[in-house]
Design a protein around this ligand. Sequence first.
Ligand SMILES: [Fe+2]
Length: 290
Amino acid sequence: MTIEVRLADVSKSIRKKKCCRKSNRKTKRFPPSPAAVSSPLQRLYMACVDAFKGVGTVPSPTDVQKLCSILDGMMAEDVGLSRNLQFFKTSRVVGEITPKVACTTIYQSEKFSLCIFFLPANAVIPLHNHPGMTVFNKLLLGKVHIKAYDLVTSNNSDDSMPPSQSSNNSDDSMPPSQFKLASLKADGVFTAPCDTSVLYPTSGGNIHAFRALTPCAILDVMGPPYSKKDGRDCSYYRDIPFEAMPHGQAVMTGEGSERYWWLQEIEVPKESEMEGIEYMGPRIIETRSS
Ligand SMILES: [Fe+2]
């Protein structure tokens, strides 16, 4: 069974299109019905309008709490999906080692975007970053393994450098400069329904990777969205065990050093290619400027 056939099942709610990054041009405007305004998706949109103030800003703790509260309560049905779709029942794809991921954009403005990623079983979203962005991940359906890192910098208050790193900067004990030291923030399996994950520009696991253990649907709220022209392009990495680097054994002397990995930026991997599909679930009503 091909990915196209399986996506056709998802397309009962969501129709394919050529690109997943465009704005939702069919967004409804006034007058909204009371029921539409109180829907979880609409409340999420309105909370995003309040929370995301634009480039260089991070939502306040109060706004983060509100967004998490809304997302924690959201179900697949709130974005027009059903767990009964054949897509979510297909456990393995014969002859396809790494199935393609599909994505759909529910809404996008300059300040934030709402997207859903569909991962067939065994699909991956390779290790990637979110420069200057705050991101909320809500697993709507399925089971996924998530690995997440933050780069270790002198500004990371909760990440002390490994002792020998902070005390020894001589060239013969340091890896080449293209390798960046990172702290492991998450490495585990998440099964829906589960709480929302939040990552910030420099904390919470800004660099992460997904591997679907079953077919998954993940709702992403990103603010601000990726923008190549504004310097927020997506970079990809491979992770290398801390002790695997040259001189790594000598460097790895501190307690808890197993939390540290090296990240090396790589070319855009083939697995990162996604198929855009059109969002056909409940519409957002633009009630305020966003
Ligand atoms: Fe991501």
